[in-house]
Design a protein. Structure first.
Lengths: 109, 237
């Protein structure tokens, strides 16, 4: 398949979505919409994170102690709650993830 | 203070996000080259599309042999969340000239949004807000493009780079954004409901479950906030 038309199509779609409301500088949202917007990051990112932890391959539930995404995800949530520090959360979470995968023998070494 | 200084503050505040973006860009680049994309195509997608999770999904769909239309539709649904980001930043960015709005819209990723929203909420457009925003957007864009390039260049020479699970970096980043925001009951409920709906609807085609989950979470958050409003109106929420 020719990939370039696909790339250009994805680029146009993505830009159009991101520019959508910037195109209307004078639009003012009603209070209910503004209220809802406060929940956007929480809702959207949770909807990506939980399946990422529990269904890491996108197909099968992996509710087991062999699932490094689940174990390290829970550890990362704990680090975030305790430190409230973004860099500590991301770096610490990655570190825990690789340690867990190492212990479980899941690293391609 | 000068514009340059605020631009540099934006770059500085992006550092935690960069730690999460670099591994994710590496794995994207490696998977793209494994899927048969040329170096120019793998890099071109990062340069032109600049949407990590959508690119990741596009590569896996290409590997599965999906057609262009299916991938484009999935891109649309996966990125629809950015309409909500666009709406949330519009009160600030909307007043800028088009010369500003176009590049800032191009760079509006989850990570950029999380960093600049915090600053806009605290200080609005004062003190060269758009220069700060530009610093964040450029630092994160270069991190994504650079790590994609490295991943595409070395993805096939480092054995099994795809097997390391570097995609966990995106989850760690998103957890780092969400958890500190869970300061009250409506926010916590929004997170739990969105997560639960996403899990239940994960098999829906074209990632439509993601949008259903996000809207459910938002609805529950607003509903709870309104129900509580009379009780907590005197408190700082």
């Amino acid at each position: 398949m020719d990939v370039w038309p696909l790339i250009l199509g994805m680029a146009l779609i993505t830009f159009a979505i991101r520019y959508s409301l910037f195109a209307f500088p004078h639009l003012r949202f009603p209070p209910s919409v503004r209220q809802g917007l406060q929940y956007v990051p929480t809702a959207v990112l949770s909807a990506i994170v939980l399946p990422g932890m529990l269904i890491p391959d996108g197909q099968q539930w992996a509710f087991t102690l062999h699932n490094a995404y689940l174990l390290a995800g829970l550890a990362t949530i704990a680090i975030a709650a305790l430190t409230r520090h973004l860099l500590a959360t991301i770096a610490g979470g990655l570190l825990v993830f690789f340690v867990v995968r190492g212990v479980l023998g899941q690293l391609p070494l | 203070m000068s514009r340059l200084q605020h631009f540099l503050y934006g770059c500085r505040d992006s550092i935690p996000m960069i730690v999460g973006i670099l591994p994710f860009g590496l794995i994207y680049g490696a998977l793209a080259s494994l899927a048969g994309l040329s170096l120019a195509q793998a890099l071109g997608m990062s340069l032109l599309v600049y949407a990590g999770s959508a690119q990741f999904i596009a590569i896996s769909l290409l590997t599965l042999g999906s057609g262009t239309l299916v991938i484009l539709l999935t891109t649309l649904v996966v990125n629809l969340r950015h309409v909500l980001y666009s709406a949330a930043l519009q009160p600030y960015v909307g007043g800028l000239s088009q010369r500003w709005r176009v590049p800032l819209a191009f760079g509006l990723t989850d990570e950029t949004f999380a960093v600049v929203q915090r600053r806009y909420l605290a200080r609005g457009m004062s003190e060269h807000g758009q220069w700060y925003h530009a610093g964040v957007a450029l630092a994160l864009y270069l991190s994504w493009v650079g790590s994609s390039l490295v991943g595409a260049l070395f993805g096939q020479s480092v054995p099994n780079l795809a097997g390391w699970g570097l995609d966990f970096a995106m989850l760690a980043t998103f957890i780092g954004i969400v958890v500190p925001a869970l300061r009250n009951q409506p926010q916590i409920a929004a997170a739990l409901v969105a997560g639960a709906v996403a899990l239940l609807c994960h098999a829906w085609p074209y990632k439509l479950g993601l949008m259903a989950a996000a809207l459910s979470g938002i609805a529950v958050g607003v509903w709870l906030e309104r129900r509580q409003a009379p009780v907590i109106s005197g408190e700082v929420v």
